[in-house]
Design a protein around this ligand. Sequence first.
Ligand code: FAD
Length: 426
Amino acid sequence: MTSVAHDTTHEKTHVGIIGAGIVGLSCALWLLQAGYRVTVIDRGQPGEGTSFGNAGVLAGFARLPFTRFSMLSKIPRLLMDRDSPLSVAGHYVPDLMPYGWHYFRSCFNYKTMRSALTELQASAFDADQVLLNLTGGKHLVQSKGSLGLYADAGSIAQAKTGEMRERQQQGVNLEFLDALQVHDLEPGLAPFYAGGVYYPDTRFTVSPIELSRCYARYFEAQGGRIIRDKVNFIDVKDHGVAVQSSLQCEQFDQLVIAAGVASKPLLAQLGLSIPLVSERGYHLMIDAEGKQLSRPIAWLDKSVFISPMEGSIRMAGTAEFADENAMPNRGRVECMKRHAHTMLGDDLNIESTWVGSRPSTPDSLPVIGPLPGQPRITLAFGHGHLGLTLSAVTGKLVAETIQGTKPSVDLEAFSPLRFSQQRSVA
Ligand SMILES: Cc1cc2nc3c(=O)[nH]c(=O)nc-3n(C[C@H](O)[C@H](O)[C@H](O)COP(=O)(O)OP(=O)(O)OC[C@H]3O[C@@H](n4cnc5c(N)ncnc54)[C@H](O)[C@@H]3O)c2cc1C
């Protein structure tokens, strides 16, 4: 069993964390284990932000940034197609301008970004295992691989020589399957596919919310504190950081900002402008009675996943650039329902729908590490489509940053400085 020893060197240092999503909770566990006194502040219950609604996939195969010229060239066509995974809300266009500019600029750095993501992914599995062993959460994660399917043979042929070959070059273990082999693995699927790819090493959680709750329970049982309150203001002083929330003011020696998409306004108070956007995804919970599904399955043409989750099937996906508080878009939900029928057949009972905001950066990489010029503040947000997958390794890197040890992954590619010319924040 992998484990980390509980250290006591830092117990007088009080670390505050804003955000009890899967990223903030992972940071909290690593810091507690390193011996710090840790308090997490969240305006809601642990794990009930974006971390509540994801597809549950620990997607170690995801090593190619979405930010690339080949994706950029597809955007106009995707925006015209009502069944495509991509949409932009009119009200959100002004917010997207800085994001769009940095997306375009980042396309030139594709290979550097890919190396950085691959390096982060290489440490993700071990970091997960540490937290799952520590918290007793192993029963919430299954290792049955995952499938990525295409509806037509042309797309498979293209993937074989393109994206999938590139993944293999990044060290991803995958096998190509024809339609018969897919059927043998997942007989409950409707026959919408021509074949696809199998990732034997993928793991998934049967309950993203239970995973967050499991982390939060362990954290509190070991002496960590969780405060339910909304942070309004951060004041960095010489001797510490004051965090003003609706009901109280807390003083910390160190602060971690892990507030998902809401990290952007908190950082704006500190003088840092980050082109972080709200990339909304939806899920449908489908009654699984009479349906058989063993592992997460992506329909790659439509960018949706179906995952088995404790008695239900969750269909999750789409990328809708819209304000996090905007009303859910009925058109997106209807589009996902059509995909669900195509993948699982006509007789479906949809139990509920959900929408949440991925905290997305223009270069598809999270922001992890110190806030330049502010040694008391560490950043951990912007994980986009991979927040569950990269949460544990992010927590480990945050703990290493605060301890002042050399991070086990080079953090340069994850620095907020990549979006600005400024070298430090006043
Ligand atoms: C449909 C969908 C499917 C996805 N599928 C996957 C998947 O299969 N695998 C994967 O790896 N990732 C997936 N993701 C992405 C993943 O869910 C996110 O990247 C991840 O949940 C982000 O976690 P977080 O902790 O940064 O943010 P959150 O979970 O949003 O947590 C941030 C927390 O900060 C709190 N907060 C914000 N502002 C304040 C404030 N001012 N004061 C106090 N508290 C505050 C919020 O209440 C929230 O609890 C998916 C996302 C979506 C939408």
